[in-house]
Design a protein around this ligand. Structure first.
Ligand code: KDG
Ligand code: MG
Length: 402
């Protein structure tokens, strides 16, 4: 089999997605997600200029060799742009291999380790009352694990808590929005949200929370302790994790389970966190970690240290990435949970998919490959729109983590 064509498809059915479609001389094709939120065209150009020309004519079955060629061969390793580009190619190649083998991808990876995948959704509000109410709506839809976020009293807008909760919107964010943040207000207010959720909905639902990298290790340790009575499933991205050793301090002080890794690109970003058992869940996801090939290795490495998977699945991971994550999750012996933020009808029309959601679980489906495709004609009707993630500042104007 030979690769005859690789198309890089940029589309904006409500938000920007970058996809790769690899076509072969035997009529099989595979698709991969290359979306990097707010930096979409950097990846598209990397693919078009530097990757696509080198792969035409190659055997698509040589997935590992192509991965090494793009990673080692480039000299410039790692980084979100490079790894999203490699991920798209790698995911599309696994899709082709599974289709050629006549089986769903999870079968090719080693077969199912479970019958279904527990997923979590989001509930947020500008106040605790609003967040508690919205949580109830998600609960009624059947979700058994829900991430809860709230805005802060007296603060104009906090990321992921108000009307902009879909994380970025191509119509709204032609320039980066500037938000304001106060760690002390947050630390004082947030335990009240989880007290109210337990009081209202009891103990039969999993609670998750995301701090979006905004705390220092000692602040994160305090938050973890304050949240212990509410038995969270996880506390996510409590601190910025460039400094992996920072997690030692948090770990020494709290039994609240910790999750991190949505911005990681390679196992090197998580090596110490996993091998020292400083975290409980690794949030790395197919599109930002270089594809299915490294995600398998990361899951196996994490399994040795009792760290479970919890892949990032916000709306800026396209439905293709969700499909690949679902098949990896079906196989991974140490699967933990998968984020499932959901998509609009327009997005799902552009990306026909085999997975389905039912009563809090995701089922990857039995379609051959990873089960997600792209409707190129429809995709062409939604041209790219420049859009950004917001920027976060402290009340005195200092630029902060978000
Ligand atoms: O592009 C960034 C978003 O995907 C991110 O902010 C969402 O933190 C997020 C999450 O946990 O889904
Ligand atoms: Mg997050």
């Amino acid at each position: 089999m030979k690769i005859t064509d690789i198309r890089v498809i940029v589309t904006c059915p409500g938000r920007n997605f970058v996809s790769v479609k690899i076509v072969t001389d035997e009529g099989l094709h595979g698709v991969g997600d290359a979306t990097l939120n707010g930096r979409e065209l950097a990846v598209a150009t990397y693919l078009t200029e530097h990757v696509v020309p080198t792969l035409i004519g190659r055997d698509p079955h040589r997935i590992e060799d192509i991965w090494q060629y793009l990673y080692r061969g480039a000299y410039w390793r790692r980084g979100p742009v490079t790894m999203a580009a490699i991920a798209a190619i790698d995911t599309a190649l696994w899709d082709i291999k599974a289709k050629a083998a006549g089986m769903p991808l999870y079968q090719l990876l080693g077969g199912a380790s479970r019958d279904r995948l527990l997923v979590y959704s989001h509930a947020q509000g500008t106040t605790i009352e609003e967040a508690v109410e919205n949580f109830g709506r998600k609960h009624e839809l059947g979700y058994r694990a829900i991430r809860a976020q709230t805005g802060l009293p007296g603060m104009p807008h906090v990321y992921g808590t108000g009307p902009y909760s879909v994380t970025n919107d191509a119509d709204l964010d032609a320039m980066p929005r500037e938000e304001v943040w106060s760690t002390s207000k947050y630390l004082n207010y947030i335990p009240g949200l989880f007290e109210a959720l337990r009081r209202t909905y009891g103990w039969d639902v999993e609670l998750l929370h995301d701090s979006h990298h905004r705390l220092t290790p000692i602040e994160a340790a305090r938050l973890g302790k304050d949240l212990e009575p509410y038995r969270l499933f996880w506390l996510e991205d409590a601190v910025a994790a460039e400094h992996q050793e920072g997690f030692r301090l948090i770990r020494q002080h709290t039994t609240t389970p910790l999750a991190v890794g949505e911005v990681f690109n390679t196992i090197w970003d998580a090596r110490l966190l996993i091998s020292e058992q400083l975290i409980d869940y690794i949030r790395m996801t197919t599109v930002h970690a270089g594809g299915v090939t490294p995600m398998r290795k990361i899951a196996d490495f994490a399994a040795i240290y009792n760290v479970r998977t919890g892949a990032h699945g916000a709306m800026d991971m396209s439905p293709i990435c969700l499909g690949a994550n679902a098949h990896l999750g079906m196989w991974a012996p140490n699967y933990g949970i998968l984020e499932y933020a959901g998509y609009s009808e327009e997005m799902l029309e552009v990306f026909p998919h085999a997975w389905r959601f039912e009563k809090g679980d995701l089922y990857p489906g039995e379609a051959h490959g990873h089960g997600v495709d792209i409707n190129e004609e429809l995709a062409a009707k939604y041209p790219y729109k420049r859009a950004y993630l917001p920027v976060n500042r402290l009340e005195d104007g200092t630029l902060w983590h978000w």
